[in-house]
Write a protein that binds this ligand. Sequence first.
Ligand code: PXP
Length: 238
Amino acid sequence: MVKLGVNVDHVAAIRQSRFTEYPDPVKAALLCEKAGADGITVHLREDRRHIQEKDCFSLRKLIKTKLNLEMSLNPEIVEFAKRLKPDDVCIVPEKRKELTTEGGLDIFKYEKKLREAIPQLKKRGIRVSLFVEPNAETVVFAKKLGADCVELHTGKFSDLTGKKREAEFRLILAAAKEAAKNGLILNAGHGLNYENASRIAGIRGMNELNIGHSIIAYSIFVGIEKAVREMKKLLRQR
Ligand code: PXP
């Protein structure tokens, strides 16, 4: 069955918008687990716009599933990950001005930094995933760099419609096949919602989907446990 990692960054974004103590993303994470989430995902951004270091340490201590830290290759963040020791890290590109991650990491451009960071993280027992565009050649290179896993960027698939969406889906399928051929764990995420997630969940070999915005947005109306339960049910149908 495809696993669901719930990204709770948006809970922290509401808190940071007023610098209050609430709503607590850790409390939200525990409710997500209660509703069947298989893991909790957070992105410690360089500008700390939502999740803070202390949230990461509390999550590390309190959640019972697994912790996935999305992170840039900034040396300060790499050092932080080594101290936190999450179960997984997912290395993503990061730009200060973007609203959210805008696409997969250019792993060819950042080869040198990746060759330095990946062994350091793996040595500490952390599983390393690379967030990449759905491109077969990139997936092969992720394996060469020593990644355990790839997370395919589904943002374009989510934004496109009609023929363009189908073309993007074919790229995701081809990249997924390449991941299986290379013995990489296959995850996907970004922009997935209650309308499109089950199609991605139905891809052969899919291990985990990481979903944040749509679940937290829906939870405003139905509560976070119901929002997570409904997403889990959708993924189970595949
Ligand atoms: N996966 C990665 C690598 C991401 O950067 C994000 C956004 O933080 C997500 C998944 C979740 O995306 P969304 O909030 O659009 O569901």
